[in-house]
Design a protein. Structure first.
Length: 437
């Protein structure tokens, strides 16, 4: 059984082989993203691979670290819609117009002459642009598209500014306001101010389209259709505080403002804060998530910025494939990523190899046990048995986790199980437990 498993890992490892180029370090991508040259067995990316395959339903994933691709999976060129991640994109677009005074966040809906199929009350018309883009408008009307939060409050239940409620009506009106105040088509402005300066590889203006039901609301949803690798450029712009090479695309003080918590949220996993159409990782006991934030959309669209790791994650699924990555699965991915980053810091830790030495048996197939043995060879721990032409080195990344040091096999991971006294009971590989005799 384990032989078949390892052959499967070999195939996966081939599919996941990372493209590596040995170039000098640079901060920003050119026409193409550069790849990191680091590919150590205990790299957190190697340890994440199987979880991505098994649990995320990913169609495209890029992890950018210090300006280079640290991990890539799936079709990162494929274009599909961002769902609600579009809202964070609009937040970025607001930046320069707020700072230069074109958009005054204190302007009310009444002053903007904003109304809808269901006429706004005088109280609702007092909602400001600031409250609209923070989902605190107090306007509880149906949106032109699905995707609002559950349990919408009753009209008039809260005044503008009193309550956070995730309502697509607010976000769609934010798009209407952008076009009204700037005089620009939202998609043409995005092309001119972001896609071209950032060197998008796959953006096409013709792909962008609004959607809505005018019987429900006259304010349509402004859907964006982007590739994973172009999403990564947006995230990297945010990580670099709005600067791209020597040009300030988004004012830095707008980035700081929009990533500082305005509202606490509930029932959104690790996203415990909200600010100007971004979800924030606040009140977390995970130290490396301090200051992190994300764009999030239905089915599994995410642009996540983790400043303490100098990292951006762009993740996509495609609803047409009926694949989705819900928030809990993505949360677990983030936790595993951070645990891996912390684990690397312990790679050089002196680990006593002696407890791992001994014979192991795969009893997964009844009547066909497969015997393996771990030995110490010099300063290395190795595993040998009938399925290995020669002993294979095991790199221990921590006291309980390691990998087979075979790059072509994708560094398959081993998770050792110990009893309360620290005695090795066996190890897991590909969801199979190999027992220590």
């Amino acid at each position: 059984m384990i032989k078949a498993i390892l052959y499967s890992i070999l195939l996966v490892g081939f599919l996941f082989t990372e493209k590596v180029t040995a170039q000098d370090h640079y901060t920003y991508p050119d026409k193409e993203w550069e790849y990191t040259s680091e590919n150590s067995p205990c790299s957190p990316m190697n340890l994440l691979k199987q979880y991505v395959i098994d649990s995320l339903n990913t169609t495209g994933l890029m992890i950018i670290k210090s300006g280079k691709i640290d991990f890539e999976y799936g079709d990162t060129e494929e274009i599909s819609y961002l769902a609600s991640a579009r809202k964070s994109v609009l937040s970025m677009m607001y930046g320069k117009y707020v700072i230069d005074g074109t958009i005054n966040l204190n302007t009310t809906l009444k002053e903007l002459d904003i109304d809808d199929v269901n006429s706004l009350t005088e109280t609702e018309k007092q909602a400001t642009i600031d409250q609209i883009i923070n989902a605190r408008s107090g306007v509880y009307l149906p949106a032109a598209n699905a995707g609002s939060g559950a349990n919408m409050p009753e009209r008039g239940q809260f005044k503008p500014g009193e309550h956070f409620y995730y309502n697509n009506w607010d976000f769609n009106v934010a798009g209407t306001i952008f076009e009204q105040k700037t005089g620009n088509n939202i998609y043409k402005a995005f092309e001119d101010e972001f896609a071209i300066p950032l060197g998008f590889q796959d953006f096409e203006l013709a792909n962008q389209k609004k959607y809505g039901n005018e019987k429900l609301s006259i304010h349509p949803a402004y859907h964006f259709y982007l590739s994973t690798r172009d999403m990564a450029r947006l995230g990297y712009l945010m990580l670099r505080k709005g600067k791209w090479n020597d040009k300030q695309i988004i004012p830095e003080n707008w980035i700081n403002k929009t990533t500082t918590m305005v509202s606490k949220t509930e029932d959104y996993g690790l996203f415990k804060g909200y600010s100007y159409m971004w979800w924030l990782y606040v009140d977390s006991d995970i130290e490396l998530l301090e200051g992190a934030y994300t764009a999030a959309g239905a089915w599994g669209q995410y642009i996540t910025i983790i400043p303490k790791l100098d990292m951006v994650i762009a993740h996509k699924t495609k609803s047409r494939y009926e694949r989705r990555t819900p928030i809990p699965a993505y949360d677990k991915f983030i936790v595993k990523l951070i645990e891996g980053e912390k684990q690397v810091q312990n790679t050089n830790k002196n680990i006593d190899l002696r407890p791992f030495v001994g014979s192991y048996t795969d009893n997964s197939v009844e009547g066909q046990p497969l015997n393996l043995e771990m030995i110490i060879d010099g300063e290395s721990l190795k595993i040998k048995g009938p399925i290995f032409p020669q002993p294979v080195n095991i790199v221990l990344c921590s006291e309980t986790n390691g990998v087979l040091d075979v790059r072509d096999m994708g560094y398959p991971s081993l998770a050792f199980k110990k009893d309360q006294h620290g005695k090795i009971l066996g190890f897991n590989i590909m969801n199979m437990f190999i027992e220590k005799n």
